[in-house]
Ligand binder design. Structure first.
Ligand code: NAD
Ligand code: ZN
Length: 362
């Protein structure tokens, strides 16, 4: 299946399915032939499991490929790894005409995108995402690395030349990473579509999806993301809606020191909090919030972290959130399912809703 993302001056296709890397030799032969050098930046875990799949497909283009393996997962998004990648490209003789391929989850995609955005002031790159979560991260052109002071603090907008999502690699995805990605998927439903939301909330294979079902769901999620990014590439307005569940979710993720829970599992918690806010400021019913919480628990998501941190602890992270401008806390809420809006919330109200959240979860 294919979908086109259109952002100003730039269009690219997103493919989701089996054997999509074959497109390098067919659909993208011109692009491959117009580059002087091709490099893969690969997540170490993914490389160990799946590098031959990508390399064999690329071998069919007849081009020689350099491979740079980077640490698996979030640890690749460091300034050290970033500099290491730049040195690698320079010693291998990469130029402004070269092409990079990101092979891994959102972390490797973010790193590779930022390397591509800044090497020689910007070269082309293709995303080959390997996690469900990356249906979110690989589309839209946000790239970044982390700093000791905070996550994603240094980055750039740099759209990929293509996104090739091969679903064959999902076989090896751990259950927690599947939950992480599915949380972002249902987020895309919540902010866009009441009918789709209803379907997902009663879907029995939600956390253990079949590949066929997942492919069409991912396509829908990508469609939502692509549409929003097409409207508001640089996040002045509607792109903020994609942060539904993220203000509180990021606080939990940061408080737990990253890594204990996956990003999406924290977003699932954050969406529960955002639904409680939406009861007050929108027309979301308490019944809906309860249905959501039950659905999440049934699918293996935990809300334990809500009890592990004090409000003040979480508040300090919420105020540090990159999206909180000038110390104000802006939350994405829903008027109804599919109708997001952004509103500033006072610290006091934030605290009240936190207490309510705990009561509801007990
Ligand atoms: P990840 O890239 O850290 O991957 C998660 C883990 O799964 C890693 O250990 C990785 O090695 C492993 N893995 C990846 N694919 C696998 C496979 N097919 N089989 C087995 N193991 C596999 O995590 P993620 O959830 O994909 O991405 C999270 C990152 O994405 C964060 O850094 C976040 O900031 C970023 N992100 C970016 C955007 C954006 O718009 N740029 C949006 C959302 C998230
Ligand atoms: Zn997210």
């Amino acid at each position: 299946e294919k979908l086109t993302v259109s952002v100003k001056e730039h269009q690219y296709n997103v493919y989701v399915g089996s054997k999509t890397y074959e497109l390098f030799a067919s659909e993208y032969a011109d692009l491959i032939n117009s580059t002087d050098k091709i490099g893969i930046i690969a997540d170490s875990h993914v490389a160990e499991l799946h590098l031959p799949l990508l390399k064999n497909a690329l071998a069919r283009t007849g081009r020689e490929i350099s491979v740079k393996i980077v640490p698996g997962g979030e640890s690749c998004k460091s300034s050290d790894v970033y500099v290491d990648c730049q040195s690698f490209l320079l010693t291998e003789g990469f130029t402004r005409n070269s092409l990079l391929i990101a092979f891994g989850g959102g972390a490797c995609g973010d790193l590779t995108g930022f390397v591509a955005a800044t090497f020689m002031r910007g070269i082309r790159f293709i995303q080959c995402p390997t996690t469900v979560l990356a249906h979110d991260s690989a589309v839209g052109g946000k790239t970044a690395i982390n700093m000791p002071e905070g996550k994603n603090m240094v980055g750039a907008f740099h759209q990929p030349a293509a996104v090739l999502f091969d679903t064959d690699v999902f076989k090896t995805l751990p259950a927690s990473e599947m939950r992480s990605g599915m949380a972002e998927l249902i987020k895309h439903a919540f902010i866009s579509d009441a009918v789709w939301t209803e379907q997902l909330l009663v879907e029995e294979q939600f956390s253990t999806p079949s590949i066929e079902w997942l492919e069409s769901e991912l396509m829908q999620g990508i469609h939502v993301k692509a549409q929003i990014v097409g409207e508001d590439e640089f996040e002045h307005s509607t792109r903020k809606f994609l942060n539904f569940g993220h203000t509180f979710g990021h606080a939990v993720e940061a408080a737990s020191g990253y890594g204990k829970l996956s990003h999406g599992e924290c977003v699932m918690i954050g969406m529960g909090y955002a639904f409680l806010l939406s009861e007050k400021h929108g027309d979301i019913s308490a019944d809906f919030t309860n249905q959501y919480l039950q659905f999440a628990k049934q699918n293996g998501y935990t809300f334990e972290p809500v009890f592990s941190y004090s409000f003040d602890e979480l508040l300090s992270y919420m105020q540090k959130d990159k999206k909180a401008s000038f110390g104000k806390m802006n939350f994405v809420m829903l008027k109804e399912i599919g109708q997001p809006f952004v509103k500033e919330i006072t610290t006091e109200q934030c605290r009240e809703v936190f207490e309510e959240f705990k009561q509801k979860l007990e």
